[in-house]
Design a protein around this ligand. Structure first.
Ligand SMILES: [Zn+2]
Length: 298
């Protein structure tokens, strides 16, 4: 697939370390550790690897215990940062400019709208973000922290909510992360199994209809973009304002990519991007192990 995302204005922030912390509300969150340092990076440099990892964090039929799943989610966050639910769920990442936040249908918030402050508070269970909201204007006072001030300068042109979200006190709920990873894994499995059930198992129309219905639920908001006049040619610059939407969009492209289809490994059951149409193993190791088990009659 031609990489249509070769130019992305999608820098993201990850801290050097994250941890689980329980809020006074009893909810379990993931948040940067007290002395973790923020770093700006481009998550789409290794987009395929990131998507495959996201699909395998909480895959369908996994035998992971709750503790193992917690560790997998923390590993993903330590590698790529939090998903950015705060800018990914509302209809616009510019929601700080408005009194209320609006949501398209989603699995996390069942209201159509919330007051802006009430919404941002969902992500700051330990210490509230330092901003003043007055009707259509919001003024944000960054923490007196060298790392934060440097980040604010770099992100200056992007929506204010993004700056607030990259603050050290920002946290995301473990249950939401767990649900999101499960939801991507489910979508992926639906798309893979539909064709196997149709072509190999000759499933009847009622079964196939269920698959199509399940798939129809998967949809997303497209990221915004602009065109920049680069030296050689005009180029599309994608503006991803949350890792959540970035992953959702890239995953959609991988799911529909005929040249490198997503498959489920016959041995470890993990999802992988097949380099050729007959590929059934995610790698040489799984192929060897599968043959060893088979020859032992297991
Ligand atoms: Zn495998």
């Amino acid at each position: 697939m031609k990489n249509i995302f070769e130019s992305t204005c999608s820098s993201w922030v990850k801290y050097s370390e994250y941890e689980y912390r329980r809020g006074e509300d009893g909810v379990l969150y993931i948040t940067p550790t007290a002395d973790a340092k923020p770093k700006i990076y481009n998550p789409f440099d290794n987009m395929e690897e990131m998507i495959i990892e996201a699909l395998n964090v909480n895959r369908i039929g996994s035998k992971k215990t709750e503790d193992e799943l917690k560790q997998s989610i923390l590993d993903f966050v330590n590698k790529y940062g939090l998903l950015g639910f705060m800018t990914g769920l509302p209809t616009t990442p510019e929601f700080m400019d408005y009194d209320a936040v609006y949501f398209p249908k989603n699995e996390f918030i069942d209201k159509e709208t919330m007051q802006t402050r009430e919404f941002t508070d969902l992500f700051f269970p330990f210490k509230k973000p330092n901003y003043v909201k007055d009707k259509r204007t919001a003024t944000w006072f960054p923490e007196n922290d060298v790392h934060m001030s440097a980040l604010a300068l770099t992100m200056g042109e992007r929506p204010m909510a993004l700056n607030i979200m990259f603050a050290r006190d920002y946290a995301e709920r473990y249950e939401w992360l767990k649900m999101q990873f499960k939801s991507w894994a489910f979508t992926c499995m639906t798309a893979i199994m539909y064709y196997i059930d149709r072509d190999v198992h000759k499933a009847d129309e009622a079964v196939l209809y269920t698959y199509r219905q399940a798939m129809a639920v998967f949809k997303g908001i497209a990221p915004t973009y602009h065109v920049a006049l680069f030296d050689e040619k005009p180029t599309i610059i994608w503006e991803f304002n949350s890792l959540l939407l970035g992953i959702q969009m890239m995953f959609s492209f991988m799911l529909t990519d005929g040249t490198k289809p997503l498959r489920m490994c016959k041995h470890c059951k993990n999802t992988f991007a097949a380099s050729h149409h007959n590929a059934v193993f995610c790698g040489g190791r799984c192929k060897n192990q599968f043959n060893v088990y088979k020859s032992r009659g297991k």
